[in-house]
Write a protein that binds this ligand. Sequence first.
Ligand SMILES: [Zn+2]
Length: 90
Amino acid sequence: MFVKNVNGSGRFPAPKGYASWLDYWKAQTGINPTYCSTDNCWGRNLVGAHVQKAYSSDQRWYIVPLCASCNNRTDTFNVNATLVPVPSNL
Ligand SMILES: [Zn+2]
């Protein structure tokens, strides 16, 4: 799945009851990720990054675990992980 980072999304607090967006992603998927979701990236300092699908009419925001470096990418890149939709009732 090709995605792009949503710029400036760090200002959105995690949903009530979750310590972080990464925590929210873990709760929704039941997965405890070890590495960054980007293809061929083994970064381990993970955050729950806000992304949008690239090349798609779907403009919704999703959470995916990325390393701090990939969270700052401005290009389009491929991830291999479940995209968890950001709840719309924030
Ligand atoms: Zn990475």
